[in-house]
Design a protein around this ligand. Structure first.
Ligand code: FO1
Length: 319
């Protein structure tokens, strides 16, 4: 079975670990969000691609869900000693190697998709990881700080400000001019099922869908598209998805997120058992909905969620 997954960071990566266990023989292609990318110290950092690569390659810092295990921060400390910031973004020594290799390869003319393939040769994530585009897209957030409206990089909003101020707008800068990376549209066209994991529906899945051609390819693929709600009990399971959902006028509920994706895109939607009340509203929106446990407390729980998503896809296919 060929499965395509649109993944962001931590939630998407943990779901993918469960999907690999639930469907060990499946051919999984991950279309990774690159809107979180940031250029620091002259290096290109791709947080969501790295989180998928490290998580599936067993190099992730498990409790953080980002960055490397067994990390040290000597380089960061030395840079700070020179007064070279920013200090609010925790890049570790081991992680720096990834960004140096990536930046060197891009500097030598390799597209991000080829660089990602090369990095995955080491990590062997067991899926094909393709960035949503080889073009530069960086999500910025419009905020009002000290009475002044300004656009700041997503990472500054997310990490330095901890999303503590309302997001007036979320803009994937460059998305409109971006083209799907080689292999993205082909993977969607050849897929037997497309999954939206419990990633941030605005800044992760939403950013991937903002690359012209990707949303249309999925809507026209003629195969089941099934998503899993990142909102459980009217709150994001992790991260601060509610802050960016508000920016796009979507209430922080499981049903509202399904409606946001729309029945033109989604055929099925899994909500957590605490949100069983959302099933009727979601089905009224033309999206088949089931309430199942959605807390990825461990690998088996994530694998069960993946099985539920694949089962719903089969139900949709035979409907
Ligand atoms: N998230 C934080 O909350 N604090 C950090 O200092 C931080 C550093 C960092 C370094 C590399 C990387 O790949 C990710 C990092 N993240 C950090 C997470 C990152 O902001 C998020 O993973 C995504 O951008 C959102 O999914």
């Amino acid at each position: 079975m060929r499965i395509v997954v649109l993944a962001g960071g931590i939630g998407g990566a943990r779901f993918l670990r469960g999907l690999k266990q639930a469907a060990p023989d499946a051919d999984i292609t991950v279309i990774g969000n690159t809107g979180d990318d940031i250029h620091l110290f002259g290096l290109k950092v791709c947080p969501d691609l790295d989180t998928v690569m490290y998580t599936l390659g067993d190099g992730i810092n498990e409790e953080q869900g980002w960055g490397r295990a067994d990390e040290t921060f000597h380089l960061k400390e030395e840079l700070a000693a020179y007064g070279v910031g920013p200090e609010w973004f925790g890049l570790g020594d081991r992680d720096f190697a990834t960004h140096i290799v990536r930046t060197q390869m891009i500097g030598a003319g390799f597209p991000l998709s080829a660089v990602t393939e090369a990095l995955c040769d080491r990590w062997k994530p067991g899926v094909r990881l393709i960035p949503m585009t080889d073009d530069r897209v960086e999500t910025h957030v419009a905020v009002e700080v000290d009475g002044e409206r300004k656009a700041i990089h997503f990472q500054e909003y997310w990490v330095r400000l901890r999303a503590s101020v309302p997001a007036e707008a979320v803009v994937p800068v460059g998305a409109e001019q971006a083209k799907p990376a080689p292999g993205v549209l082909e993977a969607i066209a050849e897929a037997d099922v497309v999954l939206f994991p419990p990633s941030n529906p605005v800044v992760s899945v939403g950013t991937i869908l903002a690359v012209p051609g990707i949303r249309e390819a999925i809507a026209d693929a003629g195969v089941p598209v099934v998503g899993l709600s990142p909102i459980v009990g009217d709150a994001p399971v992790r991260g601060m998805a509610d802050k960016v959902l508000a920016a796009v006028g979507v209430e922080s509920t499981a049903a509202a997120v399904a409606e946001h994706y729309g029945s033109g895109l989604l055929d099925g939607w899994l909500v957590d058992t605490v949100d069983a009340g959302a099933v009727e509203r979601t089905e009224a929106a033309g999206i088949r909905c089931r309430a199942v446990p959605l807390m990825m407390t461990d690998l088996d729980a994530a694998a069960q969620m993946a099985r539920e998503a694949l089962a719903l896809a089969e139900e949709v296919r035979t409907a």
